[in-house]
Design a protein around this ligand. Structure first.
Ligand code: ADE
Length: 351
């Protein structure tokens, strides 16, 4: 028997006993699997749970997701980051409503063609929700397979991912396709862990694992290091008028598209430059105060921020492209990226 054929039975038996009870597993409807898998792409299981519950409560069907106004959708996603993921979900939801009567099609290729759904997510939806025997190979699974097979190939390579998908597809059990995929993911999440030593003592594949046998489990998988990030200096302003702060909407394209932000400028400006900018907005500054520096790391960029609170006289009209809001309204209505967290916190505590 091929090595990967041999892992099927022990993995499924282990999964039956050890699988965590998770909301999207208890009731694996296609929409629930989809939402949870997209959230889980960048966020840990425990952190996802409350977001998942809130999202499903407010948008219980694909039809609801297709129709929700953009600002509300962004607010529901606030804190999860990588907002394009949820924009793509909405595009896909619109397509599902238009072409499939609002129901996720029970067909791997049709699922895979939806916006924002790659081969992993399509495999997860197809197998967990419909029992279709397609692989769902994510980072967890790549780690488990690299170790079991003692593969030193770079898991960042698309070609390796495809090869692993083919190998899984060749052994996936027709009766328990979803459970088998989940058992690989689960083993990677709780036993064959990424950071720190894998818990080989607890592993149902210990006697089959070639990396364990050779004592090299911790060296695997191999992964090319990420390119270094571009650093951007920015100056963030908390413009305060009475008990309100200024917000503006970001452009519809690019980083953090369409979200709301505190006014900010490229570079690290000094007080005089900031006051000049504020006067250029036809605002009258009364006082300026330096705030602590902050850093935010995106996937390809790092913002190194300096912040200033500038108190201004109440303007007769909002500056071009900006508006002033009170704390409660800011929290309830506007999705402001976590990157500005240090400065929105300042505003929240001040009022
Ligand atoms: N990480 C990504 N998908 C997961 C799933 N379905 N269960 C647990 N952890 C996951």
């Amino acid at each position: 028997m091929e090595l990967l054929e041999e892992i099927v039975e022990p993995l499924l038996s282990w999964y039956d006993i050890h699988a965590r009870k998770l909301p999207w597993r208890e009731n694996p409807e296609p929409y629930r699997v989809w939402v949870s898998e997209i959230m889980l792409q960048q966020t840990r299981v425990e952190a996802v749970k409350p977001y998942f519950a809130r999202f499903m409560k407010e948008l219980p069907t694909i039809g609801h997701l297709a129709k929700v106004p953009e600002d509300r959708l962004m607010k529901l996603w606030e804190g999860l980051g990588y907002y394009n993921r949820v924009r793509n979900m909405q595009k896909a939801a619109v397509k599902i409503v238009e072409e499939y009567q609002g129901e996720m099609p029970a067909d791997f290729d049709k699922i895979r063609e939806l916006p924002g759904i790659g081969s992993y997510t399509a495999g997860a939806i197809a197998s967990f929700a419909f029992g279709i025997p397609k692989p769902a190979v994510d980072g967890n699974v790549l780690r488990v397979l690299s170790r079991v097979l003692k593969s030193y190939e770079d898991i960042m390579k698309q070609s390796l991912r495809r090869k692993m998908e083919e190998q899984v597809e060749a052994v996936i059990p027709l009766e328990r396709a979803g459970d088998f995929n989940q058992s690989l993911i689960e083993l990677g999440a709780i036993v064959c862990v990424p950071n720190g030593a894998p818990k080989c003592g607890e592993c149902p594949l210990k006697s089959l694992c070639r990396a364990y046998e050779a004592g090299v489990a911790e060296e695997l998988p191999r992964k090319t290091p990420q390119k270094s990030r571009r650093i951007e200096d920015r100056t963030v302003l908390v413009l305060l008028s009475d008990n309100r702060a200024a917000l503006r909407k970001r452009p519809g394209k690019g980083l953090l598209a369409g979200l709301y932000e505190l006014p900010n400028l490229e570079g690290h400006l000094d007080r005089e430059e900031i006051l000049q900018y504020v006067r250029g907005l036809e605002l009258s500054p009364i006082r300026i105060q330096e705030l602590p520096q902050a850093k935010h790391v995106f996937s390809h960029i790092e913002w190194h921020m300096e912040g200033f609170a500038v108190k201004v006289e109440e303007p007769e009209q909002d500056p071009e492209g900006m508006f002033f809001v009170e704390k409660e309204e800011m929290e309830r209505r506007y999705s402001i990226p976590a990157a500005f967290g240090a400065y929105t916190e300042y505003f929240r505590h001040r009022f």
